[in-house]
Structure formats: structure tokens, C-alpha cells
Design a protein. Structure first.
Length: 404
């Protein structure tokens, strides 16, 4: 009789699966019939539908209690008191199965606080920018690749290279490509990685940074946002920032240490805010202007950001021509905006479609060059702060764009 009632209730529950009361009643009968696993399943389903159901909780507790092993007397702990659990013994028993919950840094023998990358980006992966590549090759890469010629011509490897230009134009990507060309490790450091609120900690971070670079050599050490990390000390009221710049100068000079195999690159949007001492010979004494991408570079960037998207009829040369003055970041945003136009149109119509030139036309009406504020600042510098000629290349570029 019980089996027939259970079968009828199972049919009823199947017809009305949301009836929690009926499901709990079925679970009670299943538990009474010794079918514990089925009772647990139905009681749990009822409890999920109605978390406040007392009968469901009772059935679940009874079912689980029946399936639990008989309680045993607690084992004595390490002290033999019989009170509590011996966590030390348990940790030893599972030590090979589970990693420790906390670490004290002993697992890293070098105690490194900075992550060193090993990428495979090359200059050939950088679209366009042929003049920039030539300058990189002549001022930095060729002497490193040809030690015999370097010795013949007495070319020194001291000093580093400062990349400057408007934001979003690929300075970091170029630095990674240089590391790839050299087959070197890449250590990318920004302001937040170095500065610390406690006195003396920022200086220790700078020293640790160069220590890691030396131990990882050959290594390209890339100092991003140098205008923030190496700001002019005459403009800095914070004594902590001044001492941080002093420490950076000491490490660049390699005082008491050997910087052999450490190639220092730095990037900034505002080289005029960098402390002049950082740009003296033997430090960051070579500069390279990284401008917004030219037409071949824009075409390559657009092709990269359209890879994997559903496109049709995209005229890349025409798009590259229409996007003069956009940075690499602007071009990425343009592709995102065009994809968004097509996506929203597909949502409205209910039919997915490809991304086409009309979507880019709509996106171009919204996307504006992000480098305009930088160009205005650069114009003032080129006009009124270029007495020593260090911004002649920038001045030529601004004249070409009609900004005199």
C-alpha cells in the first residue's frame, strides 16, 4: 500500500513540481520507507522553493541524521586533555595534499616584489612607425646587437632611452618590442608600484626594483609615467618625492653596483616635467618622440582590433585615411563603438548582422581625438620652452599639423 501511495505522490509531484507541501509529504513517506536518498532530494528541492519550510527542514535533518555514522568519543589532543581538536597533527597529515593557508615569503628565495615578464613581441609586430623603428635601431638596438662594432667605434652602452609623446600611442608596446628584440626580460613599473606612504619605503622600492632587474638580466626596465615618478624636484614640495628621485638617480648611475645587462627605457607624456638630472648623459640621455600612428600603422591597428569580429565590406585604407590624428587607443575605441552600433541594431531588429562601413561612419561622428589637450600643451612648450632645441622634432610635427 505504501509503495502505491508513494508512486501516486511521485506522479502528482511530477505534475505540480512547485507544490512544496506535496513534495515534503512525499519526502516523509520515502524516509519512512527507508528510501533516504530520495527523501533528501525531495526535501532539499522543497526547501529551495520555500526556505522557511519547517517540515522540509525536519525531514532533511532526520534523513541526514539517519545516514550519519555513529558518534565517537573525541580523541585526546596533543596535550592528552581530550578537549578540542589536534590541528597541528591534522595539518601534518594533510600537508602533502593541500597548500598552506598563509605564506611568509620564504617560498620565494629572491623575495621579489616586482613581476618580470618574458614576451615574444617584436618590432615587426608594430604597424607603421618606420621612422621610430629606425631611431630605435640606430640609437639602442644596433649597438647592443653588434658588440664588435661597438668596441671598434667606442660606443658606450651607458644611458637609457626616453620615449615621449601623446597618450595612447603605443610607447609601452614599443618598449615590450625592444625587450623582445633583445631576447630580454621585461619589467614594467608605474608610479603606484614604487610610491609608498611611509618614509623611506619608496626609496627601498626603487632599490628593490633595480635589484630585481639586475638579477633578471638581460632585462629591459621600463619606467612608465616618468613625469610622476621623476618629477622636477624644484616643483616638488614633498620631501619624500625628492628623496625618491635622488634614489632613482643613484640607481641609474649604478653607484656601488653593476648595471650591466639592465637596459632602461622610460615613457612620459610630459617630458618637460621630468627632472633635468634624469636626462643627463649616462642616464636617460636619448629621447625618441612617439607620435600618433601614421596611415600604415592606423590600418594595422584597425585590422588587429577587428580580428575575430563579424565584419563585411570594411575598406581599411579609407578608414585609415579618415582617422588621421587618432591615437592607437582612439582607434581601439572606434572599433568598439562601431561594434556597439551593429550590436544595438541587431538587438532592435532581432536579427544579428555584420559590422559594416555605415557603423564606422556613425562611430566616427562620436569619437574625437583624445590627444588635442596634449597638443595644446606641447605647442606652448615648443614655442616658449625650446631654447636648447630638444623639442625641435616636436615643433616640426606641430607645424606640419598647422599648430604654430
Amino acid at each position: 500500500m505504501d509503495d502505491r501511495i508513494i508512486a501516486s505522490l511521485e506522479t502528482a509531484v511530477g505534475a505540480t513540481p512547485d507544490d512544496a507541501v506535496l513534495r515534503v509529504h512525499l519526502a516523509e513517506l520515502l524516509l519512512a520507507a527507508g528510501r533516504r536518498e530520495e527523501a533528501v532530494r525531495h526535501a532539499a528541492t522543497a526547501l529551495a522553493a520555500d526556505p522557511t519550510s519547517g517540515p522540509a527542514r525536519a525531514v532533511l535533518a532526520d534523513a541526514l541524521d539517519e545516514g550519519a555514522p555513529a558518534p565517537q568519543a573525541p580523541a585526546e589532543d596533543a596535550a592528552g586533555t581530550g578537549e578540542g581538536f589536534d590541528w597541528s597533527r591534522a595539518e601534518q597529515e594533510v600537508g602533502d595534499l593541500a597548500p598552506p593557508m598563509y605564506a611568509d615569503g620564504a617560498q620565494d628565495p629572491q623575495g621579489r616584489a616586482f613581476d618580470v615578464e618574458h614576451g615574444d613581441v617584436r618590432l615587426s609586430d608594430v604597424g607603421g612607425l618606420e621612422k621610430v623603428k629606425e631611431r630605435l635601431e640606430a640609437s639602442f638596438l644596433a649597438p647592443l646587437r653588434n658588440p664588435e662594432l661597438r668596441r671598434l667605434y667606442g660606443k658606450s652602452l651607458r644611458g637609457g632611452l626616453l620615449l615621449y609623446g601623446p597618450p595612447g600611442c603605443g610607447k609601452t608596446f614599443l618598449a615590450k618590442a625592444v625587450a623582445g628584440e633583445l631576447g630580454a626580460a621585461f619589467l614594467h613599473v608605474a608610479l603606484a608600484d614604487v610610491l609608498d606612504m611611509y618614509v623611506g619605503s619608496s626609496e627601498r622600492n626603487v632599490a628593490e626594483l633595480f635589484r630585481v632587474a639586475r638579477e633578471s638580466g638581460p632585462c629591459v626596465l621600463f619606467l612608465d609615467e616618468l613625469d610622476a615618478l621623476g618629477q622636477k624636484r624644484s616643483l616638488t614640495r614633498n620631501s619624500g618625492m625628492r628623496t625618491t628621485v635622488n634614489q632613482l638617480l643613484t640607481e641609474l648611475d649604478g653607484i656601488g653596483r653593476d648595471n650591466e645587462g639592465v637596459y632602461v627605457l622610460a615613457a612620459t607624456n610630459h617630458p618637460w616635467d621630468v627632472d633635468p638630472a634624469l636626462r643627463r648623459p649616462g642616464r636617460l640621455d636619448r629621447t625618441l618622440l612617439v607620435l600618433p600612428p601614421d596611415r600604415p600603422a592606423r590600418e594595422a591597428i584597425l585590422r588587429t582590433h577587428l580580428r575575430g569580429r563579424p565584419i563585411e565590406g570594411i575598406d581599411l585604407p579609407a578608414l585609415a585615411k579618415r582617422t588621421d590624428g587618432l591615437s592607437g587607443a582612439d582607434l581601439a575605441h572606434l572599433c568598439e563603438s562601431a561594434a556597439e552600433v551593429a550590436l544595438m541594431d541587431s538587438v532592435r531588429s532581432g536579427t544579428p548582422r555584420m559590422i559594416g562601413m555605415p557603423d564606422f561612419a556613425a562611430a566616427l561622428e562620436e569619437v574625437r581625438p583624445s590627444i588635442e589637450p596634449w597638443l595644446e600643451t606641447a605647442r606652448n612648450v615648443a614655442l616658449f620652452a625650446n631654447n636648447d632645441g630638444q623639442y625641435d622634432e616636436l615643433a616640426r610635427y606641430l607645424r606640419k599639423r598647422g599648430r604654430r
